[in-house]
Design a protein around this ligand. Structure first.
Ligand SMILES: *[C@@H]1O[C@H](CO)[C@@H](O)[C@H](O)[C@H]1NC(C)=O
Ligand SMILES: *[C@@H]1O[C@H](CO)[C@@H](O)[C@H](O)[C@H]1NC(C)=O
Ligand SMILES: *[C@@H]1O[C@H](CO)[C@@H](O)[C@H](O)[C@H]1NC(C)=O
Ligand SMILES: *[C@@H]1O[C@H](CO)[C@@H](O)[C@H](O)[C@H]1NC(C)=O
Ligand SMILES: *[C@@H]1O[C@H](CO)[C@@H](O)[C@H](O)[C@H]1NC(C)=O
Ligand SMILES: *[C@@H]1O[C@H](CO)[C@@H](O)[C@H](O)[C@H]1NC(C)=O
Ligand SMILES: *[C@@H]1O[C@H](CO)[C@@H](O)[C@H](O)[C@H]1NC(C)=O
Ligand SMILES: *[C@@H]1O[C@H](CO)[C@@H](O)[C@H](O)[C@H]1NC(C)=O
Length: 207
């Protein structure tokens, strides 16, 4: 066992974070292309130079059903796949809530699960929270890159925030001639899945 483990904390220069948070249109285009062709940069290179996430198929749905005028059943769900420009696998992010009226209030972190193809080394950890009213999405992720010296993987964590405006179908229905045993009313919100780019605001790397 060797105790002289190299423990190096690299705090990314503020200029990087600033550039990453507010890229010009040219920069944004370049990042998007790299994100699309993830394989052309190594994990470390993409992490340090072209980091961005995509929340793929970001979806929100809610149902409020009154089985009687006094009894309601409600649930809201949000789901998406989180892809990181530096990684070849996606994280599966989803959550359910029973908290009326908006279901998601941006106050609770939900863990994302590695999808089937996830990093076999188990280094990928991600979480998200969502505020339905403002559309704010916060994510954070911790991962490892093994493309350098294999004895010293580089570990990174980063967080990012964006606002998304979803296109949603809000349908309400009321049983005009309700009798016991029938559904009294329903209120459904179903949104079109959207792909959302999220730029990193804080990145930290260590090895
Ligand atoms: C999420 O990613 C997995 C693995 O790539 C894929 O099978 C699944 O269809 C994706 N789901 C969505 C909602 O994009
Ligand atoms: C998992 O770790 C091994 C040994 O450190 C490394 O060779 C391999 O590339 C890693 N796999 C991934 C997907 O990072
Ligand atoms: C990242 O997510 C976790 C939940 O797993 C949360 O507790 C933590 O505060 C988040 N970190 C940042 C920097 O947002
Ligand atoms: C990264 O990890 C450090 C140490 O655990 C923690 O203080 C920091 O908040 C994390 N940053 C993010 C963006 O998750
Ligand atoms: C999201 O919207 C809020 C106002 O609702 C604004 O203050 C914030 O800067 C926006 N964030 C981003 C990343 O656009
Ligand atoms: C909205 O919901 C209604 C009723 O369920 C349906 O007929 C319509 O096709 C939906 N529109 C979209 C854009 O999903
Ligand atoms: C409501 O239902 C009752 C019993 O099924 C029926 O007699 C009545 O005609 C219905 N009224 C309307 C407006 O449909
Ligand atoms: C979102 O991205 C996925 C995977 O790249 C693609 O299949 C889908 O058509 C995209 N959806 C939209 C609305 O652009």
């Amino acid at each position: 066992m060797h105790s002289s483990v190299r423990s190096l904390l690299v705090l990314f220069l503020g200029s990087f974070a600033a550039a990453a948070a507010a890229p010009g249109s040219r920069e944004r285009e370049r990042i998007r292309r790299r994100d699309g062709g993830r394989s052309d940069l190594t994990c470390s290179a993409a992490s340090f130079r072209a980091l961005s996430w995509t929340a793929e198929n970001f979806y929100f749905h809610s149902d409020i059903t009154y089985s009687t005028p006094a009894h309601q059943i409600d649930d809201g769900e949000v789901s998406f796949n989180l892809s990181n420009a530096a990684l070849s696998y996606v994280m599966d992010c989803s959550a359910m809530s029973f908290q009326l009226e908006d279901f998601f209030y941006g106050d609770q972190w939900y863990p994302c699960k590695p999808s089937n193809e996830a990093d076999p080394n188990g280094s990928g950890v991600a979480a998200f929270r969502y505020d339905r009213r403002s559309g704010r999405i916060d994510i954070n992720q911790t991962w490892a890159c093994n493309d350098g010296d294999p004895r010293y993987p580089v570990y990174l964590n980063a967080s990012g925030t964006t606002n998304v405006t979803l296109t949603c179908n809000h349908t309400t229905w009321q049983n005009q001639n309700w009798t016991m045993g029938q559904t009294y009313s329903t209120d459904t919100v179903d949104c079109v899945p959207a792909n959302v780019t999220i730029m990193p605001a804080n990145i930290m790397a260590w090895s």
